[in-house]
Ligand binder design. Structure first.
Ligand code: V47
Length: 361
């Protein structure tokens, strides 16, 4: 039986006015978000989010056969939370050749996701060339490349405007920007964890410009470190505001922080926090079509449960993931298509293979 046919009782009566708004398709406020986050009625919140998810997508759960490529881990930003970045002199620093990049790809891949470090010895043309090489070898393969942080770096490196940088990449074959580098939209957190990285205003401006050029993008939120619930909600509301203007975001991806060796928190987020964050984002981001349950950061079990708590996409059968595994994520480094489909079945959903722009395959 679908949630549409089921009357359910909310244990936490404070949720009743929010449920009324959700049923009437009314927008939730910051204060509503706080009531949701502070409520212990996890199942009630999950059922409301499931109601919205089912209205948008029925029982479908999307996935894409995806390859991540990280051409180098050398990065001049040494963000405190990041276990992936290296100095050039580090013994495990690497730079991939064109051949190595191309060798990661195969015809069954439906989306390639390129995220690099900020490597000063490469020119902007070197970064563009990576896109060229991929596009020439696999012309039909949609390319999602370079976060707003990298776009800003290229603009400084090449002394070009963000618009020109993005247009150049678009001509080379980029159709979408990944959602990384957003972390959490808070000047307070930025000062402590990533002082040298672009802040939320620039991140949003770059996505705004991309959307104006017809480049779609995703949005992430890194949670479970030192941020407050209020900061998480402000992050969601700022994204919602830009989406109202451009409708350029494809999906929202909450990223559960993997503590690794960064020394910021001892413990990984709880399953309760993960499911609540998926559900709250589904309820707050009424103008986002898709909420991703990123199994690499949530693990397989919570990722399957997230599909009943508002998520409708389990991201990719990522062929190889490096960034979170550098922070000792316990999920496998890759998941085959069959395993991903069985994870979706376990949640009682119907797997739907998609391409980057959510066309059914
Ligand atoms: O920007 C870094 C985050 C992001 C850790 O657009 C960490 O489809 C958890 O953006 N624990 C990169 N997270 C990944 C990313 C992404 C992933 C999947 C899909 C898409 C998409 C984008 O990973 C970084 C940063 O916010 N990150 N270190 C960590 N220890």
């Amino acid at each position: 039986m679908s949630i549409h046919d089921t009357g359910f009782n909310l244990i936490d009566k404070k949720l009743n006015p929010i449920w009324k708004k959700v049923r009437n398709g009314q927008r939730l406020t910051f204060d509503d978000g706080l009531v949701l986050y502070k409520s212990s009625d996890l199942l009630g919140i999950g059922q409301m989010a499931r109601y919205v998810r089912e209205k948008k997508h029925g029982n479908n759960a999307f996935f894409v056969v995806n390859q991540q490529i990280n051409p180098t881990n050398i990065c001049l930003n040494h963000c405190r939370f990041c276990c992936f970045s290296r100095k050039e002199s580090d013994p495990d620093a690497y730079v991939m050749s064109e051949q190595e990049i191309v060798s990661k790809l195969s015809p069954e891949i439906r989306e390639v996701h390129v995220v690099s470090g900020l490597y000063e010895k490469w020119s902007f043309e070197d970064y563009v060339n990576i896109v060229h090489v991929i596009h020439n070898k696999f012309p039909a393969l949609p390319i999602k490349a370079y976060t707003a942080v990298e776009i800003d770096f290229f603009s400084q490196l090449a002394k070009m405007s963000v618009t020109r940088v993005l247009s150049r990449l678009q001509k080379a074959g980029v159709v979408c920007l990944p959602g990384g580098g957003a972390e959490v939209f808070s000047a307070r957190v930025q000062k402590i964890l990533f002082p040298h990285k672009i802040g939320w205003k620039k991140w949003l401006d770059i996505h705004h410009t991309a959307h104006e050029l017809g480049i779609r993008s995703n949005a992430t939120m890194l949670y479970g470190h030192i941020e407050t619930l209020e900061e998480r909600l402000m992050h969601m509301l700022k994204l919602r505001q830009l989406q109202d203007q451009t409708h350029g975001f494809l999906s929202f991806i909450p990223l559960a922080f993997q503590p690794g060796t960064a020394g910021i928190t001892k413990y990984q987020t709880s399953g309760i926090d993960d499911l609540k964050t998926i559900a709250v984002s589904r309820l707050m981001l009424d103008n986002f079509d898709h909420i991703k349950s990123y199994w690499v950061s949530l693990g397989k079990e919570i990722s399957a449960m997230a599909l009943i708590f508002g998520a409708d996409d389990v991201d990719g059968t990522v062929v190889e993931e490096k960034i979170m595994h550098a922070a000792k994520a316990e999920s496998p480094v890759a998941m085959a298509k069959d395993s991903l489909m069985s994870l979706i079945h376990q949640a009682g959903c119907v797997p739907v293979e998609r391409d980057m722009l959510y066309h059914y395959l």
